[in-house]
Ligand binder design. Structure first.
Ligand code: ARG
Length: 459
């Protein structure tokens, strides 16, 4: 197919240069958006009397045939074409003749491509929001089941204080609510139609930009045509939201990997989301979680890539901007794939409360609670803290835990200790007592679940 712009040239584009220049390998995925956008543009041209109603009808009929043929596989893309826009316009003209040549009146590929990516990414963003919602629901489900499950809470990956597993899970649920907000926010700012910006300066035709914007589901039309065709900040925002979401998923993955190891054995992943080893028959590997952790790297890379492509570009469109698509598409694809395995992996994960409890019983995890016990009996916290430190050292020496250090020993160290101390420092009491807002107590975890479920209802 000869180039749209062939008129000025006396030679064809060199074939290697053509391959280099062509974007159809990665922009063909926007065929539906390109066709829908063209239909709206043609309808507007007809309504404004810029082309005849007859031509409008011919164009729209031709485009819907092309759409149907592409979807049924009757028509394949021409991989030599320059991009999806020239392919579809060329195919239309091939099918309907002169009417097809009138479609591009008052339009440029610059506003066309800016329109197509926005429409394509709007769908991706909405799909991602739906999938994050599903994951958050799965997390809430597990958290509710494990509102009373005691585990060690860590800082520096050292046992710190006893927490409930539900509490730890709800930390991730909260991150996911903010991820949803980040995507929604990016979509809101992006939902402005560039169509009618033309190449950069607008057009001499009496077009109606509000009409096409409305028809295509936008909240309005770009206020400045140069901005409309030349910024890709919305791709960057989506890549950034994707990178932040992946950062969260990578942390969650890392914990799942640790929790499923023999060292922890806090959870067991369902067979459907694990793999074996080709040589070690005993192995059950958390490949899905590892891949999510690994894929975080490419999503970060895509963000850096697109930021760098846009850096220092003068107004308005520059061909550099064709490089926007692969990064943002890859980030969207990756996030979608990761979320599709993550939610069922979390939902089907088996929790092992006995092992969590056992780990929580070791490591003097209730030392803060022992100090609090003394403080409540009138000992200044700093003094109590110091004495508990000495008690821990003694226990290590005698191979005791705080729970089995004999009462006479406690009594020797301070007379504030009474028989109730064992009950007060039991893991159950430790978590149940942490009733402060947002804390680890089972009731607090249930409140957190209700909060997130309410949030998700409005997504
Ligand atoms: N394939 C191009 C892109 O993705 C479409 C816009 C081409 N515009 C132009 N003036 N060459 O950016």
């Amino acid at each position: 197919m000869s180039k749209l712009w062939a008129g000025r040239f006396s030679k064809e584009l060199d074939s290697t240069a053509n391959d280099f220049n062509s974007s159809i390998r990665f922009d063909s995925r926007m065929y539906k958006q390109d066709i829908t956008g063209s239909m709206a543009h043609a309808a507007m041209l007809g309504a404004k009397g810029i082309i005849s109603q007859e031509d409008t009808d011919t164009i729209i009929a031709g485009l819907s045939e092309i759409l149907a043929d592409l979807e049924s596989g009757k028509l394949d893309f021409d991989w030599e074409a320059e991009d999806i826009h020239s392919f579809i316009e060329g195919e239309l003209t091939h099918r309907v003749g002169d009417a097809g040549k009138r479609l591009h009146t008052a339009r440029s590929r610059n506003d066309q491509v800016a329109l197509d990516i926005r429409m394509y990414l709007r769908d991706c963003g909405n799909e991602i929001i739906g999938l994050v919602k599903e994951l958050a629901e799965a997390v809430c489900e597990q958290a509710l089941k494990n509102a009373e499950t005691i585990m060690p809470g860590y800082t520096h990956l050292q046992r710190g204080q006893p927490i409930t597993f539900g509490h730890a899970l709800m930390a991730y649920a909260m991150m996911l609510t903010r991820d949803i907000d980040r995507f929604k926010d990016a979509l809101k700012r992006m939902n402005v139609s560039p169509l009618g910006s033309g190449a950069l300066a607008g057009t001499t035709y009496n077009i109606d930009r509000q009409m096409t914007a409305k028809e295509l589901g936008f909240d309005g039309a770009a206020v400045n045509s140069i901005d409309g065709v030349s910024d890709r900040d919305f791709c960057i925002e989506l890549c950034a939201a994707a990178a932040t979401l992946m950062m969260h998923l990578s942390r969650f993955s890392e914990e799942i990997i640790l929790w499923s190891s023999w060292e922890f054995r806090f959870v067991e992943l369902d067979d459907a989301y694990t793999t074996g080893s080709s040589i070690m028959p005993q192995k059950k590997n958390s490949d899905m979680a590892e891949l999510v952790r690994g894929k975080t790297g490419r999503v970060y890379g895509n963000l850096m890539g697109i930021l760098t492509v846009m850096k220092g570009l003068p107004l308005a469109y520059n061909k550099d901007m064709q490089e926007d698509k692969e990064s943002v598409f890859d980030s969207m694809d990756t996030v979608i794939m990761c979320l599709k395995v993550f939610a069922p992996m979390v939902r089907t994960m088996k929790v092992k409360p006995e092992n969590m409890k056992k780990a929580a019983s070791e490591g003097f995890i209730n030392a803060t609670d022992l100090a609090d016990y003394m403080t409540k009996k009138g000992v200044p916290f700093r003094d109590a803290y110091k004495l508990v430190g000495q008690i821990v050292a003694l226990c290590i020496d005698k191979k005791w835990t705080l729970d089995d250090m004999p009462f006479e020993e406690y009594k020797k160290l301070s007379d504030v200790f009474a028989e109730d101390l064992y009950e007060e420092i039991s893991l159950e009491t430790c978590v149940k007592r942490r009733i402060s807002e947002g804390g680890t107590s089972p009731d607090s975890v249930r409140e957190q679940v209700s909060y997130v479920e309410e949030f998700l209802k409005n997504v």
